[in-house]
Ligand binder design. Structure first.
Ligand SMILES: Cc1cc2nc3c(=O)[nH]c(=O)nc-3n(C[C@H](O)[C@H](O)[C@H](O)COP(=O)(O)O)c2cc1C
Length: 191
């Protein structure tokens, strides 16, 4: 069965990002796909050091969870990321993950190509469109397929639980997740 990996970039294990991604995962499973949410809560993902050792070793030499996460992403057909907005941008650890994942994927036959997914931004009030755009750069340079939704993938909320009260935001994120699953089903039916 095809799988979608979802990454919550929040340090809050049960925060808004995790709650929204859980709703997305439920929609994906309802369409018959597997899902796994990986939380960056409690993890520290270092920034790329540009050592380029991944080119020869086919994995990252930095001693954190990146290689383990990269293997899970590699095995999946879908890849969704959710980030809280921090000062108008995505959380640093999540961007660290994306940048190192991009390098490792490039060293391994560009394994991100044709995976289906995209970003979701969660914020209290401002910076979510810039954050979506920032995260989209990763998807497009890696030949990934990004479906749309009714609106941009933005959900409003500050304290944990508030994002679920943003009915339009939840509907938008859920629709996006369904579209990711449906594109995967179409693509794999043609294989
Ligand atoms: C360091 C920090 C910076 C933040 N910067 C912004 C911001 O620029 N714009 C905004 O609307 N909310 C901002 N917020 C609020 C969070 O985006 C918001 O609380 C979000 O729901 C957190 O998601 P989480 O519960 O998954 O961690 C910031 C929060 C923190 C901790």
């Amino acid at each position: 069965m095809e799988k979608v990996v979802l990454i919550s970039g929040s340090p809050r294990a049960e925060g808004n990002t995790m709650q929204i991604l859980s709703r997305c995962a439920a929609k994906i499973e309802a369409l018959g796909l597997e899902s796994e949410i990986i939380s960056l809560s409690g993890k520290s993902i270092a920034a790329c050091t540009a050592c380029r050792k991944c080119v020869e070793l086919k994995k990252c030499v930095l001693p954190d969870s990146l290689n383990e996460i990269a293997e899970k992403v590699r095995a999946a057909k879908g890849f969704i990321i959710g980030s809280p907005v921090y000062f108008g941008t995505a959380r640093g650890d999540l961007m660290n993950l994306l940048q190192r994942l991009g390098m490792v994927a490039s060293a391994n036959g560009r394994f991100l190509s044709w995976k289906v997914g995209g970003p979701i931004a969660i914020d209290r009030r401002g910076g979510s469109t810039a954050t979506i755009q920032e995260m989209l750069m990763f998807f497009f340079i890696n030949e990934m397929i990004v479906p749309g939704s009714f609106y941009w993938n933005i959900v409003f909320g500050r304290e944990p639980g508030e994002a679920l009260e943003d009915a339009e935001g939840v509907r938008t994120a859920e629709r996006f997740a369904e579209n990711v699953a449906k594109v995967i089903l179409k693509l794999t039916a043609e294989d």
